[in-house]
Ligand binder design. Structure first.
Ligand code: GRF
Length: 182
């Protein structure tokens, strides 16, 4: 059994997609990919906490400057950043393997508003990247990427919806790969 800590600061739709993916795996007969999730938030009462309650997942409110202290006594197999709006220092990253998801084809459009930037630049494609985390924003080694065509008449809202849909599919699969290989 693996124990995974998901970090979020806000909405938590990726967190929910990840938990539901593994719940379904678990329900499959003979499933040997049991993963127990917990959530860490740096924003008290953010919507990810409500999702955790609904999903029956334990969550921890940990102010950013207490993160290292929290991890000192932890025993997680993997740390998954999903909309966690902070840059973690080396002292925290040293506690294990951290991965992140970003809504662009990295190294393009690091940081905030990546989808909007690609859209406004009239790019022909944007995408989703899952990468290991280092001390710089959206800069660690890329694990997997998926490109998404930006159709000429699509609105920004439609594109954002499409990108998030791809995130919800790709992130659980990459987590499974990182945890169990294959
Ligand atoms: C996602 O677009 C993710 O790629 C980025 O932050 C957003 C989080 O969305 N890092 P949610 O909180 O999972 O709904």
């Amino acid at each position: 059994m693996k124990k995974v800590l998901v970090f979020a600061s806000g909405n938590g739709s990726n967190f929910q997609a990840i938990v539901e993916y593994f719940k379904n795996k678990d329900a499959q007969k003979g499933g040997d990919k049991r993963v127990v999730f917990e959530l860490l938030v740096d924003k008290e009462n953010c919507y990810a906490c409500t999702r955790a309650e609904n999903l029956g997942i334990k969550y921890h409110y940990v102010p950013f400057n207490e993160t290292e202290n929290f991890l000192k006594n932890a025993d997680y197999s993997l740390y998954v950043l999903a909309g966690y709006m902070r840059i973690l220092p080396a002292a925290v990253l040293n506690y294990g393997t951290f991965i992140n998801i970003h809504p662009s084809l990295l190294p393009k459009y690091k940081g905030k508003n990546a989808i909007e930037q690609a859209y406004n630049e009239r790019e022909k494609e944007c995408g989703v990247s899952v990468h290991y985390v280092n001390e710089e924003v959206d800069s660690g080694e890329i694990i997997e990427q998926q490109a998404i065509e930006i159709l000429p008449d699509i609105s920004l809202e439609e594109l954002e919806k499409m990108v998030h849909g791809v995130e919800h599919k790709i992130y659980p699969r990459v987590i499974e790969k990182v945890l169990f290989g294959g």
